[in-house]
Design a protein around this ligand. Structure first.
Ligand code: TUI
Length: 302
């Protein structure tokens, strides 16, 4: 959630009982340092920084996170193996995002605090496996806690993640439509208008699949990929497009990354209302399931 998961959002999530994460994407190190300091003005609770490993600044950003002794770093879009010992030395809990069992196993041997298993329902850069089959396979393969991601925006989704063996859930798209998120109102509106089939995956042909809301830009990308235009040429067209969509609100020509759960997001609310809503729905569902299982076992005993 580069550009939109800023200090305001991360601080609000941590204050409401979650673990807020600053999304750093391709942002320069100075911006990241500023955001870490600003988050500390919003909350005295732990928070984290997500580092996109394909960023040209990834190494420098990770060094800032280590020097600042941020409690948690999550990584995305690559293998953080080379950085884990430095981060651990600085007391930073490393929680990599993985999209396969193989990388989960490899990283577990290198000293990580937990893993995020992210299914291809997610927005942005994605792997190939859906959350439902991915999470239990990773849970079975490793001993560290596994946090489920991809397709989770509600209490029902949270309970489903727990049922798959996850220790918690990472939530992205739902928080774009929060009061505290600085995303452009046009982008929030597009998420709220989204339906089940509103997202598409571009970049499969270029080796960097990205899920976003279908718009003029996404259609152009898909057409160029179909024509077989070289990957480098297509990727050049993508430069600066997230900022244009998410912050400037150009919903035709900007890249509007969002997960498949966009179809479930119908309003903009405060982070605290979102988290309380998710928790109370989850408790309701757990009570219903528990009542169902008691009824079943009673029927069985009779
Ligand atoms: O990283 C994300 N989401 C992102 S990054 C991003 S910026 C970007 N834009 C265009 C192309 C590429 C990046 C926008 N959204 N989520 C975490 C995530 N990580 N999802 C999937 C993965 C992942 C995939 C493969 C993690 C590791 C991995 O392993 C590769 C390897 O080296 O084994």
């Amino acid at each position: 959630m580069a550009w939109v998961a800023t200090a305001e959002l991360a601080g609000a999530v941590s204050n409401a009982g979650g673990l807020g994460i600053i999304g750093t994407g391709n942002c320069p190190p100075e911006w990241v340092l500023e955001q870490i300091k600003a988050t500390r003005n919003h909350t005295d609770k732990p928070f984290g920084v997500n580092v996109m490993l394909m960023s040209p600044y990834a190494r420098e950003v990770l060094e800032i996170v280590a020097q600042e002794r941020v409690q948690v770093v999550t990584t995305g879009a690559g293998n953080p193996g080379a950085y884990i010992s430095r981060l651990n030395e600085a007391g930073v809990n490393v929680i990599p995002v993985v999209a396969s069992v193989a990388l989960a196993r490899r990283l577990e041997r290198q000293g990580i605090a937990a893993l995020i298993a992210e299914g291809m329902e997610s927005g942005g850069h994605i792997g190939e496996i859906a959350t439902m089959p991915l999470v239990p396979q990773i849970v079975e393969a490793v001993d560290v806690p596994v946090i489920a991601a991809g397709g989770i925006a509600t209490g029902k989704g949270l309970v489903a993640a727990l049922a798959l063996g996850a220790a918690g859930a990472q939530i992205g798209t739902r928080f774009v439509c929060s009061d505290e998120c600085i995303a452009h109102p046009n982008y929030k509106q597009k998420i709220m208008e989204a339906r089940d089939r509103s997202t598409v995956v571009t970049g499969v042909a270029t080796g960097h699949p990205v899920r976003c809301l279908e718009n003029r830009l996404a259609k152009r990308f898909l057409a160029l990929e179909k024509e077989g235009v070289p990957a480098g040429e297509i990727e050049l067209l993508g430069v600066g497009k997230s900022y244009e969509g998410l912050i400037e609100g150009n919903t035709d020509e900007g890249s509007l990354m969002a997960g498949q759960v966009a179809g479930l997001v119908k309003d903009v609310k405060s982070v605290s209302d979102i988290i309380q809503g998710i928790m109370s729905e989850a408790e309701e569902v757990i009570d219903q399931l528990s009542a169902m299982s008691q009824k079943e076992s009673y029927a069985y005993r009779k």
